[in-house]
Design a protein around this ligand. Structure first.
Ligand code: PXG
Length: 440
């Protein structure tokens, strides 16, 4: 294997969501990936505990995807998507519409989860404008939610640390999150707390429904440490949205394409939203891409209000919306998901994963463990005055011992590939257990 030596000069790269100073003093470099493993620059093999950043469920290095990308690069490297079409974008939209729940039959392409979030918000606001209710502009999110880093998603998101540096965003308010001490160490969806949904009624009463375009939620909050909706909670959110005619947006950037053991989180929870945002697994992480699915009635509202036929109905889009190479990667990914039965495979591995992650209960500083499908998080007691420090230290120890895991706030997060074997899960949690035992 060609193992690259890390460059001596790490100064020029300003790394995203990274402690740059610590990293540059203690670099952690990966240079190759295959299946459920990464190879470090010093030649060690690490088990990949988060499918990259929740995006490589089909495993790294899938030849089917690489070949489709190479072929498309040669056939047509780029095509303008404004006023001109190319067949792969239509084919992919049809495939996604077929898979989508309910009548979410129209697909808009983006390049990331953040762009999908902002596109969805614009769709919701634009929808009310074309329907003659332009005062419906506010979007209601939740505390601890993550909808990416662009101004719309940042505002609707509820992670203070991601917002406070950047000033005013869009008009948004927030429901409480659904983390409850009574649910600590629950397996799967927690029992208590469905009544948290009623707080949406209070927020609607405060602002008046006539000012609210949409409610935006993740089926479960991934980045905040797998915060799950209590049983019945999401159905109640849907009912309240319906009562006031408010659109419901599911941010399925993490939950889309099988993570929950169902194709979409919507199906896992039995709740159909009006808009779904996607990214990450759409190309198995290979080529940046995102998508927004909207219902027939949202799409039709724009078409009906569109004015003369030559007019643009939705003045929004990206140079790379529906990029042919990304489409080729996504179509190949959907083929792999189908031919390998990956959604069923995720569902089958989930109970084993559940037992493995809950076996960490009782280890030092573990104050909660949460899981759903092939997603899980371990919450650690905070070192007084140093939020995030303990999880960061465990992350570094896992790296040293042979596992890539993710830390965020006081949590460690886990999302193995759907192609993982039980031995990979054992190795991952064996290393995490050893790291926790050494944690101070
Ligand atoms: N929505 C959700 C629900 C996400 O999880 C985004 C939007 C933004 O996607 P982009 O492609 O713009 O990054 C995300 C991203 C973590 C972690 O630690 C999660 C994400 C990204 C990086 C780390 O859990 N999710």
């Amino acid at each position: 294997m060609n193992v690259m030596t890390p460059p001596n000069d790490l100064a020029a790269l300003w790394m995203p969501f990274t402690a740059n100073r610590y990293f540059k003093a203690h670099p952690r470099m990966i240079v190759a990936a295959k299946g459920c493993t990464y190879t470090t620059s010093d030649g060690r093999t690490l088990v990949d505990g988060l499918s990259g950043l929740w995006c490589t469920g089909a495993g790294h290095g899938r030849p089917e995807i690489a070949q489709a990308v190479a072929q498309q690069m040669t056939a047509m490297d780029y095509a303008p998507g404004f006023q001109i079409g190319q067949p792969l974008a239509f084919e992919l939209a049809n495939r996604l519409a077929e898979l989508a729940p309910g009548n979410l039959d129209h697909v808009f392409f983006t390049n990331s989860g953040s762009e999908s979030a902002d596109t969805a918000i614009k769709m919701a606001r634009g929808y009310w404008r074309v329907k003659g209710e332009p005062q419906r502009m506010k979007v209601i999110g939740r505390a601890k939610a993550y909808h990416g880093v662009n101004f719309g998603g940042m505002s609707v998101g509820g992670i203070a640390g991601n917002r406070k540096m950047f000033g005013g965003g869009i008009d948004a308010d927030h429901m409480p999150h659904t983390l409850l001490a009574a649910n600590a160490f629950s397996k799967g969806l927690p029992k208590f707390g469905a009544e948290k949904a009623e707080e949406l009624e209070d927020i609607i009463a405060l602002h008046d429904a006539s000012t609210i375009a949409a409610v935006m939620v993740e089926p479960f909050s991934g980045s905040a440490g797998v915060i799950l909706p209590p049983v019945g909670y999401m159905k109640r959110i849907r009912e309240i949205c319906d009562k006031y005619g408010i659109l419901l947006i599911f941010d399925e950037v993490i939950t889309g394409f099988g993570r929950t053991g169902h194709m979409f989180g919507a199906q896992a929870l039995g709740v159909t939203p009006d808009i779904i945002t996607l990214a990450k697994m759409i190309t198995n992480g290979t080529i940046p891409m995102g998508a927004v699915l909207a219902t027939e009635s949202i799409y039709n509202a724009f078409m009906e209000a569109g004015g003369p036929e030559h007019a643009i109905e939705f003045p929004h889009g990206y140079t790379y919306s529906g990029h042919p190479v990304a489409c080729a990667a996504a179509l190949a990914t959907l083929d792999v998901i189908k031919s390998d039965g990956l959604v069923a495979r995720a569902a089958k591995l989930a109970p084993y994963f559940e037992e493995a992650i809950h076996s960490l209960k009782g280890l030092p500083h573990v104050e909660d463990i949460r899981n759903f499908g092939l997603a899980g998080a371990v919450q650690l007691e905070e070192v007084p005055g140093l939020p995030g420090k303990r999880a960061f230290d465990v992350f570094q120890k896992c790296w040293d011992k042979g596992a890539y895991v993710r830390c965020g706030g006081n949590t460690l997060q886990f999302a193995p590939a759907f192609v993982a074997e039980t031995a990979d899960v054992d190795r991952l949690f064996g290393i995490v257990a050893d790291a926790l035992k050494e944690s101070v």
